[in-house]
Design a binder for this molecule. Structure first.
Ligand SMILES: [Zn+2]
Length: 340
């Protein structure tokens, strides 16, 4: 046993190291040199043949060889994994200056955004949102609102019945009754929602449409406060210098009642096809809450007064965006919807 054997092993190891280019080579180097039957391991087995006095020095030399082999393999392993990582990075090279893939972003439907805007505008005037069921009892949808079964106004709204005493609500006014029954005045709510009527489909009618209705009940409210709030809503929504007109009208659930008209946003009052040359657009029905309706909501009309208003969302959206056909809102044509 002499040193030439050690040098020989190191030389062989050096050659093998030189030729190694894959991770699998690392494994075979480990097995061939440091494994149970490896070249370096077998050197330790030959210690017995060395004279006892020379053993420590020889052992030290073998250890040096072992260290060289171990650090050689470690170095190789490190180089190879770095090389593999670089190859991976280069093969998946990404040019961040290239144009990206285009994904169309969705947006709110014009009806939803008009509802949100109406609710937000009344929110700034102190109104909160209240909701009710789409299927309503006959009593709440009609009777409680002063529309008894003999009432002629009921004919115009007679609708889809879902049973003897259940109707798809013809307006969101039922929410007023529900709110009055469960809360104490002062009440200040807006009720947005879907409503159903037996209407033939045409450019301005649909059997399903949306309303936003509002109710204010308090001790000291009056017609002047009602006009003030409705006028400030109309000006905020349609334009700050729009004229707002209250025309006497009739609704079973309000007394006195009014139709609210706003100066035409298309012709600014001069007269055009949109406003049928009147210069004004009808935007909502409103009035002071009828005492019977307050009583049906468990509110004493001798102490409290209120006013209510309701508007068709599709109508408002059509006026605002100059849409000529209500059906455009429902057919889901992206060429139409992407304009909003
Ligand atoms: Zn006009």
């Amino acid at each position: 046993m002499d040193e030439s054997k050690l040098n020989e092993i190191l030389a062989v190891f050096g050659e093998r190291l030189e030729k190694s280019s894959a991770i699998s080579d690392v494994e075979s180097l480990k097995v061939d040199f440091l494994g149970k039957k490896g070249h370096v391991t077998s050197l330790f087995k030959e210690m017995g043949k060395v004279a006892a006095a020379d053993r420590p020095a020889f052992g030290e030399k073998i250890n040096k060889v072992k260290e060289k082999v171990e650090s050689g393999i470690k170095e190789l392993e490190k180089n190879l994994s770095e090389k593999a990582l670089n190859e991976k990075i280069n093969s998946s090279y990404c040019d961040v200056t290239l144009a990206g893939k285009f994904h169309a972003a969705g947006r709110r439907h014009p009806i939803s955004s008009v509802i949100a805007e109406i609710v937000e505008t009344f929110g700034r005037l102190g109104f909160s949102v209240s909701e009710g069921p789409d299927i309503e009892t006959d009593y709440i949808n009609f009777d409680a609102l002063n529309m008894f079964d003999w009432h002629p106004a009921r004919d115009m709204q007679d609708s889809f019945y879902a049973g003897a005493n259940a109707v798809l609500r013809t307006h969101t006014s039922g929410v007023q009754i529900r709110t009055m029954l469960k809360s104490e005045p002062p009440i200040k709510i807006v009720a947005p929602g879907r409503v159903y009527r037996l209407d033939e489909v045409d450019a301005s009618h649909s059997p399903v449409f949306h309303q936003v209705e509002g109710l204010l009940v308090d001790k000291n409210t009056n017609f002047a406060a009602f006009k003030g709030i409705i006028t400030s809503f109309c000006r905020e929504f349609f334009g700050a210098d729009r004229k707002v007109v209250f025309r006497p009208s009739y609704f079973p659930f309000t007394e006195p009642s009014a139709e609210v008209d706003v100066e035409c946003i298309n012709c600014l009052g001069r007269g055009c096809g949109v406003c049928k040359n009147s210069g004004f657009l009808e935007v909502m029905g409103a009035g002071m809450v009828h005492p019977n309706v307050l009583r049906n909501g468990n509110i004493d009309p001798e102490i409290y007064r209120g006013f209510a208003f309701g508007m068709g969302v599709e109508r408002i959206a059509m006026l605002r965006y100059a849409v000529r056909d209500i059906r455009d809102f429902y057919v889901n044509d992206l060429r139409f919807l992407s304009q909003f």
